[in-house]
Write a protein that binds this ligand. Structure first.
Ligand code: KIV
Ligand code: ZN
Length: 527
């Protein structure tokens, strides 16, 4: 029998562990936007990054710490004084700062990675927690690879960290190896065997290598964890971290089973999830629990009949509970700006003033061509327009492309470059490639390399828009761009132009020796 209504803190690591995963890097503006969503959700702790890992990360953690209004802001740090100093420097201006220090405790990690004896690891843990506490009142200590560590050593290090002043102890399943029963037992055992463990926040942190991150996190809650570390959409290293929305909705939907509450406003989940998709350029699988496109769709006739008779027949949660209105008004060419901007906000895009006006004009244009404009259409338009801060030195004017299996595909592209009309032609192994060659020449970026190219139909139907997303590298840095159109070649060119505009802006900034906020990092930078 669980104690009723324990408060479970939600520690979000979308901006640290999530951002660490390939393809999920975010620039500062993206991170600030995600922070807004996290605070609207009401997460208790935002792990903003790993301040010592790069100057760009330091600046981002510092900016997030200064911007946060309600959440505790944490920076990760290895068990090294220099890391801890950097972490503290980055978070100290937050209303509620936290230093999150970690060291590995499994035999494998200690021997092969750290090359330290257990005695040395235990001593380092104590020293680093004590040093962190001399700077900050809120110190979390993580035993990396805890689920593969030996119990007596876990008890010893946890006690050392608590005695040194740790206020939160985290027992991660770093490699997603644990089974739910084992992981639950770990928490019960630590509580039973370490004096003082019940007086600190006990945290779980699960990776999804065997698809068990959420199950393990929930098992940890059953075992006595009072903080869950997770990421929106389950993004994170390798197979990802435990997904915030799944944990929160499981605790809510099975409240009687867990006897635990989070402080999360679940109606903000959908918008926050969409925002992460937008800023990382990643798509969710349609059947992703809670936030996937099909999570609340009922296709089978028998299910539809049941749901119409009583939604509880096949729905254990309502779409409204995650912020997805059930009976949304269909938007079309007669819809007004108010309804349009409300839908934008529901979809996680908080745009203002001229941005909304510009987007509304594009929406009207699209509505003229399509009978109804779907949410996916609106999201694609908004994604495409959200980087208007980057100066659009190149603006597509017109293009023509020849696709053929008989002659070499050719493309002719005319753009306005700094206001002047310029036209070039190119060839390639397809019409898109041919147009890209022309655009590259116009931009004067012959070494720009297309690293990722994705093309998706935004919605079904003959009049569907398609969305192209690209990642382009130039001079050691990467730039994303996206473009939408009912024509695939046009969408592709728009995406490419957007990415090259970002690269040009960076070159200009370099020439002017402008101190770019993310200079020095290796992240992807949106157009
Ligand atoms: O997975 C892990 O062990 C981590 C720690 C650094 C907390 O991310
Ligand atoms: Zn992790």
């Amino acid at each position: 029998m669980q104690e009723q209504n324990r408060k479970i803190k939600i520690f979000d690591s979308t901006l640290r562990d999530g951002e660490q995963s390939p393809g999920c890097s975010m620039n500062l503006a993206d991170k600030l936007l995600v922070l807004k969503h996290l605070e609207a959700l009401g997460v208790d702790v935002v792990e903003a990054g790993f301040a010592a890992s790069s100057p760009g990360d330091f600046e981002a953690v510092q900016a997030l710490a200064r911007a946060a209004k309600t959440a505790t802001v944490a920076s990760l740090a290895r068990c090294r004084r220099a890391d801890i100093d950097r972490a503290w420097e980055a978070v100290k201006d937050a209303r509620h700062p936290r230093i999150h220090v970690f060291i590995a405790t499994s035999p494998l990690h200690m021997e092969c990675k750290l090359r330290m004896t257990p005695d040395e690891v235990d001593a380092a843990a104590g020293e680093c927690v004590r040093y962190s506490r001399s700077l900050c009142e809120d110190v979390e200590f993580s035993l990396e690879d805890c689920s593969r560590s030996e119990r007596p050593f876990i008890y010893r290090v946890v006690k050392t960290a608590i005695d040194a002043g740790a206020t939160t102890i985290n027992l991660p399943d770093t490699v997603g190896f644990a089974m739910p029963g084992e992981y639950e037992a770990l928490f019960r055992d630590v509580l039973a065997n370490v004096p003082g463990a019940a007086n600190v926040t006990l945290s779980c942190h699960c990776h999804n290598d065997l698809g068990l991150a959420v199950a393990n996190s929930l098992a940890a809650v059953r075992g006595g964890a009072t903080q869950v570390e997770c990421c929106l959409n389950g993004i994170g290293e390798r197979a990802g971290n435990a997904s915030l929305e799944e944990i929160v909705m499981a605790l809510r939907t099975r409240h009687a089973f867990f006897g635990a509450d989070t402080g999360i406003d679940t109606t903000k989940i959908y918008g926050a999830s969409k925002c992460v998709c937008t800023v990382t350029g990643s798509k969710l699988q349609a059947n992703k629990a809670i936030v996937g496109e099909n999570a609340f769709a009922h296709e089978a006739g028998i299910h539809q009949h049941g749901v119409l008779a009583n939604p509880l027949t096949y729905e254990i949660m309502t779409p409204e509970s995650i912020g997805l209105p059930r009976n949304k008004m269909v938007l079309g060419k007669h819809s007004g700006k108010h309804a349009f901007s409300q839908r934008l906000a529901d979809l996680g895009f908080h745009l203002e003033g001229e941005r909304v006006d510009e987007l509304f004009a594009k929406f009207k244009d699209l509505a003229d061509r399509k009978k109804t404009v779907s949410d996916a259409d609106i999201e694609a338009l908004a994604r495409n327009a959200r980087n208007a801060d980057v100066p659009a030195r190149i603006v597509l004017d017109r293009f023509s492309a020849v696709a053929s299996d008989a002659i070499t595909p050719m493309g002719a592209v005319r753009v306005k470059f700094d206001g002047e009309l310029v036209e070039k032609t190119g060839t390639g192994d397809g019409p898109v490639n041919a147009c890209y060659a022309a655009v590259r020449e116009i931009a004067g970026l012959p070494d720009a390399r297309l690293e990722v190219y994705n093309l998706t139909a935004v919605d079904g139907g003959m009049d569907a828009q398609c969305e192209a997303t690209v990642k382009v590298s130039n001079a050691g840095r990467s730039y994303r761009g996206s473009g939408v159109s009912t024509d695939i070649v046009e969408a592709s060119i728009r995406a490419y132009v957007q990415a090259l505009n970002a690269a040009l802006a960076d070159e200009g900034a370099e020439a002017a020796q402008f101190d770019h906020p993310q200079r020095g990092d290796t992240g992807v930078h949106d157009a």
